[in-house]
Design a protein around this ligand. Sequence first.
Ligand code: AMP
Ligand code: ZN
Length: 460
Amino acid sequence: MTLHLYDTYTRSLREFKPLEGKKVGMYACGPTVYDYAHIGNLRTYIFEDILRRVLELNDYTVRHIVNITDVGHLVSDADTGEDKMETGSRRTGKSAWEIAEFYTNAFQQDMHRLNISEPTIWCRATDHIPEQIEFIRCIEAKGYTYQTSDGIYFDTTRLPDYGYMARLDADNLQAGARIDMGEKRSPTDFALWKFSPKDQKRQMEWESPWGTGFPGWHIECSAMSARYLGHYFDIHCGGEDHINVHHTNEIAQTEACYGTRLANFWMHGYFLQLDEAKMAKSGGSFIRLENLIEKGYDPLAYRFFCLSAIYRTKLSFTWDSLDGAAKSLDRLRATCFEWGQPGEPDPGFVEKFLTFINDDLNMPRALALAWDLVKSSLPAGEKKGTLLFFDRVFGLNLGDWVPLKEETPAAIQELLEKRQLARQEKRWADADALRGEISARGYEVEDTAQGPKVKAKRGQ
Ligand code: AMP
Ligand code: ZN
């Protein structure tokens, strides 16, 4: 069975084949750790996790690298404004190093709660300053840089196909440039190294051949992907916002230095929106995974919600749709539990499943197939074996779920026994009063063939 993935670089669905044997090198741009991740960011990491699981189900061994941007990502993509880490530091009153550590941990905890597989390597930008300096030296040696009073810049006009992936039209950009370019020669030029402001000591700064300062945002990904995957590897991914600037600039850097387009496949997850607007960290109001948990949602209900849409479409978040996802997940878990011991997966269903997931990760169709499986007439064990096979990609931990055992509190049990006695002694008024007391404490009595039972009332 062949795997087809959509490649933004060629704007086409292409058959995926690893560059080397059964091994796949995959680099995913990681979070900028100046604040918590919002559920929009997490949608992108869920998409990348599904991609990795699909590759693994196709018997590939994936070397998955995720970076942590803890320096150099400026407030504006036009290389102006402050470093986001420094603003985060002012907002929280902690040092830039402390917040990097804090929000990295918070992000990794979210990944864990969403059952996102641990990357093979996490790499921090600040741990790879020498590699970034080396990379800039290589670009400089090839003649693609110039210096201004605030840094070393990449001269995008020197690269004939600059912006090809984003289909940027350099002439139009030039003509329509309204942004303040400072000393930049062209609007698409970008910083490789920024000098520390003369009048101010930055918390994060390093010596370099050009002067004390810090790396631009894009260079970390070219340098760290080269270190861990080489300068041409299988798949590079990120969110759709990376197409125009960040990934375009990563490609420019690597092309300048090594002459490759950096990755064979470029894949992008589309945005989660809230009320038709994109959810953004800088937007002020954003929803975190923690907010869902506080409202009583299982984090995996959010994962299920993300699976309901194709990664290449925008997805609108509403509490109602999350609610629907939570209920469907509950139903799937309970059904899976009731099926008992798993048997062998059904080859027919498995084949269909592989067709859907290998068609550019079509998770909505894969989920619909799971419901077809539920409704099918297969024996329970085979159904369970098949669903657990699907769950290697869904990642919903369907096999681990067991119903919550509700313990009846001793006081309620005592009231129940008193009511039993009253009924045996035909003291009907007392029995009714005891039922009333049990009810007032949030439990209801059900008289079954095996005797009376109590259960907690829902929706109190
Ligand atoms: P950041 O921490 O801002 O560098 O972003 C981390 C990842 O989240 C990147 O891959 C972004 O492209 C992605 N991202 C940012 N906003 C959204 C959103 N609203 N929906 C989906 N992905 C997003
Ligand atoms: Zn990146």
